[in-house]
Ligand binder design. Structure first.
Ligand code: GLN
Length: 198
């Protein structure tokens, strides 16, 4: 069984650990550099990306994680986790750092200008059984994708459509929080990615 770590410095890591525990994998919190070496994949939870960035550096896991991501470690980021995986962060704090890996621009708190949180059904390419209920909480959206980033899901129509789910190789990211809904389909999608990567 693959060992999937959940970055457990801040945010809703417990919900991710609970979701993964139902997906036939070994799910473990990651807080120390030594733990980064022991995982086959990493989930980066929702929370607050500025705080997560700061804590990851204080706990000395920032560079080990960035290094493993560059070497191809599969990862899934939700909300703040999406921001942490983005190569470029718009409306970030000046001292905020992201691990990077996803060739895209993400805008922090993008929906928050109109509304703090909302739910919407979102159809995800590669996820069967109808749309997922996407929960957005001061969520980012993907402003622009580069390279071979695949858009898996959008919310809204026409000129108002916003990219909220993407994949690039072994990296998956959603602006929303499947870990809060009890719907395991995105976690299972990620576990399938991990199984075909290892
Ligand atoms: N607004 C948060 C940030 O910028 C993300 C919110 C979330 O993860 N629910 O990091």
């Amino acid at each position: 069984q693959p060992v999937i770590g959940v970055l457990a410095l801040q945010g809703d890591f417990r919900e991710h650990l609970a979701a993964l525990a139902e997906c036939d994998v070994i799910a473990r919190p990651v807080r120390r550099p030594g733990e980064v070496a022991e995982i086959d994949a990493l989930v980066i939870p929702g929370g607050e990306s500025t705080t997560m960035s700061k804590l990851a550096q204080e706990f000395e896991v920032f560079d080990p994680i960035a290094e493993r991501l560059r070497a191809g470690l599969p990862a899934y980021g939700t909300c703040a986790g999406m921001i942490m995986l983005a190569d470029e962060v718009l409306d970030g704090r000046p001292d905020q750092r992201s691990f990077g890996g996803l060739a895209l621009q993400v805008r922090r708190n993008a929906f928050g200008r109109q509304v703090d949180s909302f739910e919407s059904p979102v159809e995800i390419t590669g996820v069967e059984g109808g749309p997922v209920t996407a929960v957005f909480i001061r969520a980012p959206w993907v402003e622009k994708v580069n390279g071979d980033v695949e858009v898996l899901g959008q919310v809204g129509d026409g000129p108002d459509a916003r990219i909220v789910a993407v994949r690039q190789g072994n990296l998956l990211a959603t602006s929303f929080h499947p870990e809060l809904t009890g719907d395991l389909r995105l976690h299972r999608y990620f576990v399938d990615m991990v199984r075909s990567a290892v």
